[in-house]
Write a protein that binds this ligand. Structure first.
Ligand code: ATP
Ligand code: MG
Length: 570
């Protein structure tokens, strides 16, 4: 392929809305063009890489026995109503109606559609297990679309769904997909690590997210170098010791005017935040709950929700806080709040805590010398691990000190149990002709997000450094003297020789200064560059260089040997 025949447009200037390197490079290298916020067109170079990633995904899915289908993006509301998700998805789902006023969603995912399909075609144990997948555009009305393809309104996802007879089968399907994901990301040249994630509505259900570790990642990950424990901060646990403080003097009210936050009261009293108990009022499924954590820690709402077994958990508004405690936020605490029925729960590290300072449930006052066992109605069952893990916390498995890393979620595998199959009554007949509900799993790869995650993980100051499996072209031949027929002929021969070996190559035949051409090649990031120029040929050959090598590291080879050398490098 000749450069002058392709639609490649690189940009010098950095797009104004790009905050992270991969987003800047994606646009500057001309892989995509922004159509509107969160919406991108894939230009020829971007499209080539997208197709290569899709192909890897497809091959690994097929290899693991999954079968490809494609389902409509436009999904009827009835399917979503069957599981109650028409309402539960809220503003994240794009909705529209046809001329007959039938409601539809632009699919943000496809559990409902696939379960309904499976119900229609699967009815006997003889047909199971089955894994079906599609590579299809998904739509989500994200609160904050940003970072280019990382969080867009329209994105390409591979979604797979497994249907099994029993829990053992579902387990097997889960690990089959898990291992397929390991191969997919490895083949894309990505280091993606599986981390334990939260099961969301599915509670304790087994699920792993695959993360590309990068500072630009939106997710926090608790990481134990010692034993390999890795978990999304949403669900990460820590080894918590009870406080076991010495008993303290009776508690006593102290005036703390204008000091509302822990930091303010701590500064006012000249004590460390850890001497305080932070008390927050939440509303869990309509009921107020007070949550107490050490003053230097934050509540993990996902863990809280799971511990309470609640569907919805959110901070209470001012009116509710006042009614439940008798004070405004900032002065509330677990000792005798106004609502004597309100449940109080606390982080396990506060069990046995004494001599602590808490809000007095009276504006402008705190209580000191509080013993939680003596002065509150917290019972053993009200203590649990409820805080967000911090760097240095003890690993729940080995006790080692954990680090906090940032990650980009590129895929997720998820055991669904019978949540969807039960709602759709997706059953099969077993060998005794009894009806049984199918057990499901779902498995997503963010194909377009993966494209950008590769750039985030693999770039330098000059541009992208593509792993060769997913580069738009594996090789660029820099033809420095396109108007000299003999030189152009050498470039053409190398192009043909590479193509004969199945290596995709682009010949930069533009009448531009070498500096401009090399800069573009580095920006786009072709894995191998072959320089063909009159001067070089006169001196004995063409110059071959890998993108990820130092600038001065080149090989000079005879034109006839170029294709073999390149193939060897790739
Ligand atoms: P996130 O937590 O990042 O919002 P998610 O957990 O909601 O993602 P899933 O429902 O698990 O996403 O979707 C499967 C995959 O699709 C994700 O692992 C991610 O790679 C990709 N993905 C999800 N939302 C987006 C988006 N807005 N833009 C691009 N890719 C996305
Ligand atoms: Mg996910």
């Amino acid at each position: 392929m000749k450069w002058t025949k392709t639609l490649i447009q690189t940009l010098r200037e950095v797009p104004a809305d790009a905050e992270i390197d991969s987003h800047k490079l994606l646009v500057r290298a001309g892989l995509v063009r922004k159509v509107a916020g969160g919406l991108y067109a894939y230009m020829p170079l971007g499209m080539r890489t997208l197709r290569k990633i899709q192909q890897i995904v497809r091959e690994e899915m097929d290899r693991s026995g999954a079968q490809e289908i494609v389902a409509p993006i436009l999904q009827p509301a009835e399917l979503w109503r069957t599981t109650g998700r028409w309402d539960a998805m809220g503003a994240n789902m794009f909705r529209l109606s046809d001329r007959g006023e039938h409601e539809f969603a632009l699919g943000p995912t496809a559990e409902e559609v696939f379960t309904d399909l499976a119900k229609g075609v699967l009815n006997s144990y003889r047909q199971l297990p089955v894994i079906i997948y599609q590579i299809q555009w998904k739509f989500r009305d994200e609160t904050r679309p940003r970072f280019g393809l990382m969080r867009s309104k329209e994105f390409l996802m591979k979604d797979a769904y497994s249907f099994d007879m029993d829990a053992d089968g579902a387990d097997k399907s889960y690990w089959t997909m898990y291992h397929a994901y390991e191969r997919i990301f490895a083949r894309c040249g990505l280091k993606a690590v599986p981390v334990q994630a939260d099961g969301g509505d599915m509670g304790d259900s087994l699920t792993h997210e695959f993360h590309v570790l990068a500072d630009a990642g939106e997710d926090g990950i608790a990481w134990c170098e010692k034993c390999g424990y890795a978990a999304n901060l949403e669900r990460a646990e820590r080894r918590v010791e009870s406080a076991a403080d010495a008993e303290c003097a009776p508690c006593e009210e102290v005036a703390t005017p204008d000091a509302r936050t822990i930091e303010q009261v701590a500064a006012f009293m000249g004590l460390a935040p850890s001497a305080f108990v932070k008390s927050l009022v939440y509303v869990a499924d309509g009921k107020c709950v007070m949550v107490c954590v050490p003053g230097d820690r934050d509540v993990n709402e996902v863990k809280l929700k799971r511990f309470l077994g609640a569907k919805n958990v959110a901070l209470a508004d001012n009116g509710a806080v006042l009614a439940a405690t008798g004070a405004n936020a900032g002065f509330v605490g677990p000792v005798g709040p106004a609502d004597a029925q309100m449940r109080i729960v606390a982080d396990l590290s506060l069990k046995g805590a004494a001599g602590r300072i808490v809000g007095a449930n009276r504006d402008g006052f705190h209580l000191k010398s509080v013993s939680l066992a003596r002065d509150t109605r917290l019972a053993d069952a009200d203590y649990a691990d409820l805080t967000i893990v911090k760097a240095g916390d003890a690993c729940p498995h080995c006790g080692g000190a954990m680090e906090i890393k940032r990650g980009i979620e590129v895929g997720q595998v998820f055991k669904l149990g019978t949540k969807y199959s039960a709602a759709f009554n997706a059953v099969y007949k077993n060998d005794k002709l009894e009806e049984k509900t199918m057990i499901m799993g779902c498995y997503g790869v963010g194909v377009s997000r993966t494209l950008q995650a590769i750039i985030e993980q693999s770039h330098d100051k000059d541009g992208i450094v593509w792993p060769s499996a997913v580069a738009p072209y594996s090789v660029v031949v820099e033809l420095l003297d396109p108007s000299v027929p003999d030189v152009a002929k050498v470039a053409e021969d190398i192009e043909l020789a590479l193509e004969a070996k199945g290596i995709d190559v682009i010949v930069d035949d533009r009448e531009e200064r070498p500096g401009v051409k090399f800069k573009d090649a580095d920006l786009i990031g072709f894995p191998v560059r072959v320089v063909v120029g009159a001067k070089g040929l006169a001196a004995g050959g063409v110059e071959i260089k890998r993108r990820d090598e130092a600038k001065d590291k080149t090989r000079i080879v005879a034109p006839a040997a170029a294709a073999d050398t390149v193939a060897g490098i790739l």
